[in-house]
Design a protein around this ligand. Structure first.
Ligand SMILES: *Cc1c(COP(=O)(O)O)cnc(C)c1O
Length: 431
């Protein structure tokens, strides 16, 4: 979404018109930004055998998966349902890596039936897998390198207290299990968290994996997870892809020169690919001055976009109806019966009731983390593709929300016909 001749547009399409035409709240995604981001990774790593697996938990609407499939990326799936969605979107099983955490063994079995690649993240699971499949099914192993990284405690996954991965300190035990069951380990994986700024963090992980790789003769790839940072504010520093690529090339060439082996390097970005492509459009229901601030109440809340409340994430908010003019300070809140602040003390062009606001960076972990809290339906999603808006999901209705409800035949279970109301005061008539 950019400002052009005093209006916010996506690929030349007027954004306020979209809100008026399709109603709000509304998620809008710019397909050209999604493909641009994939391209940015491709060109940064063009001198390396890099594969990109899109971490679909960031945004898993089928049309988005289909769009991304056309760019040639694979999929990183974290649940068996994500695996099924990716297959339905046309991905080949070999292009899907199933990276679950703490799932039941039946999901592992199902993934193997479906023929997708498997990433195992704990030792009991690996033993069970070994006992059952041994050499017949290859697997990737998720390691926890105990590298501390990530923009927020809730999204750091590689530290010592993290539940993710098999500790690097258990490597000997791990090796024994692999030998016992004659396992074919085709990949090693680390994912240290989101919003990593320091490229040295990645490189530490890479060197470690290359080091360990010597002990894994069947290795086809090492997977470095994700954590590429994107800009949420205009002056935000982002992951320096160029210096990351240079560091990677050095580590890679050292490995290939010493070992005489070639393996692929995989990345699994989610946020990097879709975050900036998305904006959540909301309508201003009320502008409410209080002694402390001026609240702008909009027709959405953490039922639609939870990142500001859950991760204290900063999402820029702009007045789409009035892109230019004098700015005032507002606190933008939702309509839930709950404190659901999208942004405090924000400078926004003077807001009036009925204005359309745009909450930016809403492409990743927006719709996929939405809920029906307060019995609110989820919004529609639009994809702007080659200058045309495509409706890729309609808004939910109350009927949609009731589809799974089973009504109870209260008479059949012996409920009383009339409510028994105890009216003690009126029962106790004076005699
Ligand atoms: C969530 C996740 C990712 C993607 O993280 P982003 O910060 O969205 O890029 C990649 N790999 C795994 C295993 C994940 O769980």
């Amino acid at each position: 979404m950019i400002l052009q001749n005093g209006r916010y547009v996506i690929q030349g399409v007027d954004v306020e018109h979209l809100a008026l035409q399709y109603g709000t709240p509304l998620y809008v995604y710019d397909a050209s930004v999604i493909t641009r981001q994939v391209q940015a990774l491709r060109s940064a790593f063009s001198r390396l055998p890099v594969r990109i697996l899109y971490a679909m938990k960031a945004l898993s609407t089928p049309a988005i998966l289909e769009l991304l499939r056309q760019t040639g990326v694979g999929i990183d799936a974290v649940s068996i349902q994500e695996v099924e969605l990716a297959l339905r979107a046309g991905y080949q099983p070999k292009d899907i890596l199933f990276t679950p955490n703490g799932v039941g063994f039946e999901e592992i079995k199902r993934a193997i039936e479906l023929g997708v690649r498997l990433n195992i993240d704990n030792i009991p699971m690996l033993e069970r897998f070994g006992e059952m499949y041994g050499h017949t099914v290859p697997c990737c192993i998720r390691l926890n390198p105990h590298i501390n990284a990530g923009g927020h405690a809730k999204i750091s996954t590689g530290h010592i207290d993290s539940k993710f991965g098999i500790s690097i300190l258990q490597l000997r035990h791990l090796t024994r299990i692999i030998q016992l069951w004659n396992l074919r380990v085709n990949g090693l994986h680390i994912h240290t968290g989101s919003d990593i700024l320091d490229t040295e963090v990645f490189l530490q992980g890479v060197r470690l994996l290359f080091d360990i790789a010597r002990d894994f003769p069947d290795l086809e790839f090492i997977d470095l997870g994700s954590g590429f940072k994107v800009a949420y504010r205009s002056d935000d520093v982002t992951t320096d892809l160029k210096s990351l690529a240079e560091g990677l090339e050095e580590a890679y060439h050292t490995f290939t020169a010493e070992s005489g082996r070639t393996i692929e390097l995989w990345f699994e970005p989610g946020k990097f690919i879709v975050s900036e492509a998305g904006v959540l459009l909301v309508r201003v229901n009320v502008v409410k001055p209080t002694p402390a601030t001026v609240f702008v109440g909009v027709n959405s809340g953490f039922n639609h976009l939870i990142r500001p409340m859950m991760y204290d994430a900063y999402h820029e908010i702009v007045n789409v109806s009035r892109p230019e003019g004098p700015k005032r300070i507002y606190t933008v809140v939702g309509y839930l019966c709950e404190t659901d602040t999208f942004g405090s003390d924000r400078l926004i062009v003077e807001v009036r009731e009925g204005d359309i606001l745009g909450i930016r960076n809403a492409g990743a972990y927006g719709y996929t983390m939405s809920s029906n809290y307060n019995s609110r339906p989820r919004p529609a999603e639009l994809l702007i593709y080659h200058g045309k808006p495509l409706l890729i999901r309609r808004a939910e209705t109350l009927e949609d929300m009731l589809r799974t409800v089973v009504s109870v035949d209260w008479n059949a279970v012996g409920a009383l016909q009339e409510p028994q109301v105890q009216l003690e005061a009126s029962d106790a008539r004076p005699s």
